[in-house]
Design a protein around this ligand. Structure first.
Ligand SMILES: *[C@@H]1O[C@H](CO)[C@@H](O)[C@H](O)[C@H]1NC(C)=O
Ligand SMILES: *[C@@H]1O[C@H](CO)[C@@H](O)[C@H](O)[C@H]1NC(C)=O
Ligand SMILES: *[C@@H]1O[C@H](CO)[C@@H](O)[C@H](O)[C@H]1NC(C)=O
Ligand SMILES: *[C@@H]1O[C@H](CO)[C@@H](O)[C@H](O)[C@H]1NC(C)=O
Ligand SMILES: *[C@@H]1O[C@H](CO)[C@@H](O)[C@H](O)[C@H]1NC(C)=O
Length: 454
């Protein structure tokens, strides 16, 4: 009995310490804790002559991480020597060696096939029958922006198996695009129910298998993408992006070169080097500028600008996440589309912005802008209603807490570089951050006290 009590106490202790650290340091992406890409295999038919027919659905449940051009590719290893007889809505990038199955005219006999989405307008290989959700060039929207475009699907008939059998594909790999995603094993789960006749009839899949893939920027090994600069109406000081946020101007080691001109004549055009930047001290492809513009009685106004310094890349369907307590009240963005994200366990509110179609959903390269193609930047004014208990211009309250561009966290300047109120009004308020820190030490103290008593 005593032993049990001790072990329960030590468990509680560990839990408390863990909680304390999570409060202080955010254990993982706290703005999108459930984000994932789920791959589902629904077996819809077991034909008499063996094998099975399945629909494969790839769903992007990431709130603000989209799958951009050139789109997803998905691969796996067959467990029992299966072959793909037919495929619609996607294609295998390599048919492999099919001479042993020549009479069946299979689509792909490779044991490690890699599939890619068809492009818009492409007819599928079984005579133009298309699958709902296919043929978007492998591009998927972020879930919070447009759920109806955040999935992709294709159908396949699998052969070289006895009747009534199917095996989960092994070693699922998702390139979306490039590395960065890790997929769990393909496992049986509750059967999917499809609706037919406009929802009047339910059809249950014979078997449903799923794998969940998650993104890690550490695995993707991407160079940092963006940084944040700040300015305010109340201070002449402009806080630029931290120097060397994404790389240093003079170090050619990261394979990133920079050019001081932004004219299109400097472009080689063969696209070998797709990472040529305009020279800056931050060397980031993208800079986010937050300018606190006006302070009215019941509202305040911010100008938000995203600039592209990459001379070789247009960011299509870009999105921007900003964490700021001010978004708990009504906010209107004039030239961007916007929504607030559901947040659990974060004190500040989180807003998601993206471009308006045919207007600014494409963030063009600086060179295209210089050639008269666009601006190389997109901008909006945002009007925010004040929470009079909370609003202040002091201590950098009006500046953003955290910013993500295209799902990647941006480098923020340090608080000691923030623009200051001219009279230097230094009344330290108990900010959420301070409160968090108190909570951390309080929990730690209680934990130590418990430990001493045991
Ligand atoms: C993946 O995302 C879906 C939708 O948000 C969620 O229901 C599911 O639990 C997530 N899976 C994992 C393993 O996080
Ligand atoms: C999956 O990967 C492991 C390790 O690379 C390999 O040994 C195994 O043969 C693969 N399985 C299939 C079915 O491709
Ligand atoms: C904003 O985005 C939503 C969801 O994608 C869309 O339905 C709406 O039409 C967009 N608004 C504008 C003004 O484009
Ligand atoms: C497959 O299952 C069906 C229905 O259960 C059955 O009628 C058929 O004989 C089975 N085929 C084989 C080859 O086992
Ligand atoms: C970016 O867009 C501009 C204008 O639409 C176009 O001229 C340019 O070729 C595009 N650049 C790339 C790298 O796709």
């Amino acid at each position: 009995m005593k032993q049990l009590l001790v072990s329960v106490r030590s468990f509680a202790l560990k839990l408390m310490i863990l909680m304390a650290f999570c409060i202080l340091s955010d254990c993982f992406d706290p703005l999108d804790p459930n984000g994932n890409i789920t791959v589902t295999f629904d077996v819809l038919d077991y034909p008499q002559n063996g094998g099975y027919a399945a629909r494969v659905t790839i769903r992007n449940f990431y709130q603000y991480r989209h799958v951009e051009k050139p789109g997803w590719q998905i691969g796996w290893g067959w467990a029992k020597g299966e072959i793909i007889l037919k495929m619609s809505g996607a294609y295998a990038t390599d048919s492999g060696d099919c001479k042993n199955f020549a009479s069946l005219k299979p689509h792909c006999c490779k044991q490690n096939p890699i599939m890619a989405d068809l492009w818009p307008g492409a007819a599928s290989d079984d005579g133009g029958r298309t699958v709902e959700g296919c043929c978007r060039g492998g591009v998927m929207s972020a879930w919070a922006i447009d759920p109806s475009l955040s999935f992709s699907a294709f159908e396949m008939t699998v052969g070289n198996l006895p009747a009534n059998t199917s095996y989960p594909p092994a070693n699922l790999t998702l390139f979306a695009p490039g590395l960065g995603y890790t997929c769990g094993p393909v496992q049986d789960s509750e059967s999917t129910v499809f609706l037919d006749y406009g929802g009047r009839r339910k059809i249950r899949a014979f078997r449903t298998m799923k794998s969940v893939c998650t993104y890690s920027s550490f695995l993707a090994n991407r160079a940092p993408v963006c940084c944040v600069s700040l300015s305010t109406f109340y201070s002449p000081q402009i806080t630029d992006c931290p120097k060397c946020s994404c790389g240093c101007r003079d170090s050619a080691s990261d394979g990133v070169s920079c050019s001081s001109q932004s004219s299109s004549s400097s472009l080689g055009g063969n696209g070998v080097d797709d990472n040529k930047l305009q020279c800056t001290d931050h060397m980031c492809p993208v800079r986010i500028h937050w300018h606190v513009k006006n302070n009215y009685m019941r509202f305040w106004r911010v100008k938000l600008t995203i600039s592209n310094y990459n001379l070789r890349k247009n960011y299509s369907d870009w999105n921007l996440v900003v964490q700021h307590p001010g978004f708990s009240k009504k906010a209107i963005a004039y030239s961007f589309n916007a929504t607030t994200l559901p947040t659990v366990g974060i004190e500040d509110e989180v807003a998601l912005f993206w471009g308006l179609p045919y207007y600014n959903s494409e963030l063009t390269e600086a060179a295209a802008a210089a050639a008269g193609g666009g601006f190389g930047s997109v901008t909006t004014d945002i009007i925010l209603e004040k929470d009079l208990d909370e609003f202040t211009l002091m201590n950098g309250w009006a500046l953003p807490r955290r910013v993500y561009f295209g799902g990647e966290e941006c480098q923020m300047p340090l608080p000691d570089a923030f623009p200051m109120l001219p009279n230097g009004g230094f009344r330290i308020r108990s900010s959420p951050r301070h409160r968090r820190r108190y909570l951390f030490f309080l929990i730690l103290l209680v934990a130590i006290w418990l430990e001493l008593r045991l």
